[in-house]
Ligand binder design. Structure first.
Ligand code: ZN
Ligand code: ZN
Length: 132
């Protein structure tokens, strides 16, 4: 029976020693994961920064006809309320926050800039700039 007890004590000590040996490595691994998480978070923030910069691209005030109608070129995203043209990819007006519209580059129908295709002709190339 002593042999079994010795064996149990030997295994217990061995596991304890093993844990003491591995603990610093486990700690290093956790620190490594933490640093990785920080780097990923930083990269995500810098991506958001780039997107925010591209969102403030210069907009263009469209000329209004004497009767107040706005007739921008086909494929140009614009706000029908404010008459402001936006770069391709814009979806909402930054002034009045309404949906931007675009005259379909193919058929001229007025479709929402957020829509993927024209409701009238079905073309996906409603945005001239985005299709090239
Ligand atoms: Zn607007
Ligand atoms: Zn169309």
């Amino acid at each position: 029976m002593d042999a079994i007890r010795d064996l149990i004590e030997y295994v217990a000590n061995d596991i304890g020693g093993l844990a003491a040996t591995l603990f610093p490595f486990a700690l290093l691994g956790l620190i490594g994961l933490y640093l990785l998480w920080l780097v990923i978070g930083y990269l995500r923030v810098s991506q958001v920064g780039i997107n925010a910069e591209s969102a403030v691209l210069p907009t263009l005030q469209l000329e209004k006809a004497p009767d107040g109608a706005i007739e921008p070129a086909r494929g140009v995203v614009y706000c029908a309320t404010d008459g402001i043209a936006y770069p391709a990819g814009a979806v909402y007006c930054s002034v009045c926050e309404s949906d931007l519209v675009v005259a379909c580059a193919n058929c001229g129908a007025t479709v929402r800039a957020a829509d993927e295709s024209c409701y009238r002709c079905g073309t996906r190339d409603t945005l001239v700039a985005a299709s090239h």
